[in-house]
Design a protein around this ligand. Sequence first.
Ligand code: FES
Length: 574
Amino acid sequence: MKLQTPEELRSYKWFGLDTMKGFSHRSRMKQLGHRREDFTGKPAIGIVNTWSEINSCHAHLRERAEAVKRGVLQAGGFPFEIPAFSITETYMKPSPMLYRNLLAMDTEEYLRSLPVDGVVLMGGCDKTTPGLLMGAISMNLPAIYVPAGPMLRGNWNGQPLGSGTDLWKYWAERCAGNLGIEEWEEIEGGIARSPGFCMTMGTASTMTALAEAMGMTLPGASSIPAVDSNHVRMAVDSGKRIVDMVWEDLTPARILTREAFENAITVDMAIAGSTNAIIHLPAMAGRRGIGLELKSFDEISQRVPVLANIRPSGEYLMEDLYYAGGLRALMANIGDLLHLDALTVNGKTVGENISGATVTNAEVIRPRDRPLSATGGTAVLYGNLAPDGAVIKTSAASANLLTHAGPAVVFKNYRDMHERIVRDDLEVEENSVLVLQQAGPIGGPGMPEWGMLPIPHKLLRRGVRDMVRVSDARMSGTSYGTCVLHVSPESHAGGPLAFVRDGDTIRLDVPNRTLELQISEEELSRRRAQWVKPAPVSPRGYLSLYTERVTQAHRGCDFDFLETAAVVPEPEVG
Ligand code: FES
């Protein structure tokens, strides 16, 4: 393998040349206390860190960046930390998804404009993984991902609590009048006990697992709990490895082939991953010029069993998955379904990385002959209500509702739903289909996680815990229920979801992969002609850019002008 020379490093243009600009760049490094030999002719490693004091999932990343720097220095590189836009799932309204593309742009532009030869990406809370990776894929400098790691199991009265999943579960009990304020506060104090991201198989655990599956982390990195000392060592090792990756010029373009993305989809199905992956993976692949069709998810889903027994589809939590052997062991169980020759950041193949990995708890990572479900956890639906597709997480749905027809109860937006869902005079029955409009990429805006519409309170009191729900929104990966999501095109853009009225019959048929509004074609055309396009969501700023240029869910909600593998132009350094 031919290695890069010091003079071939990208940073050499900033630090190595005897020019006036070179003088300026070096003098400012000296201002920071570095000697010329510290930074010239050495791989300059940008550590893009999404730490922030309001991002509880990343509370440890400030300190963990020091471990990465230690590794970079040990391997002969020159590290510097770059604070990036920190997307916190808990606090950002109306939807952190609005800002995934902003983080991707932030990452790409930092890397483009600064003297960076290689990059360590640090994140984990839902949108940070795809956002960081999308930016790094576009810039195509050697890159390695350091996942923040899941938090420890929650605890209440000796019972393990799972992020999100147990919140929804106990909130339903509270709404039904079965939980008092004291118990509620105990749960509040026990559900998030340490730094790290949500420890159910939500979007964070899913996307970090997929980053590993597609070869962008060191093997085993995604399963390590955030506060485990192994996490510190993984961060040091990642820092060491990125320096060698720079000399080897091991870029994302060499790792992220179609096979790598197919490995990610296969693992997504085996872990019953979050439906959000079906948005983020096409967006990431789009940055490589690879078209990932929704139907690939369905096709792969049909041949991959669910083996990870993790909430919300299963019983255990991410800490248990780690002790059971972690993602390497799970991938070894489905080795025959993976592209084993795919290259990864450590320079080895997927096959080499999972070789010898064993499961130590067959309840948490099920064997192939005793899966949680024989096929993957996700189905893609088409029909006159979703011409470009919709998605349902079958593993988290009620089996008896997967084939269902019922009258629609339509909420015209989130506020309407919020106000009426609690009312006793809401005309709704157990077999109704709840419909939420104006919750898509443009209408939300940002496709908020409103897709698990609450069960109407009057039905909760009657013991109803699941119903068919249909929307153009997303759903948290920690959620569950028979929720049809990502209906595309969305209602705000004139998709058929906009034309549904109270009392229309909606038919869901998951075995046949269809979602139909049972009205005539003439009636649908009549309603389309009467439809009045809603006013723009925002007249100014980032929201205006977002709503004008975001693509629909089936294309990944990237900006149309970034959905390309075109080479990012290098700046004139001078
Ligand atoms: Fe950060 Fe769930 S709130 S991963």
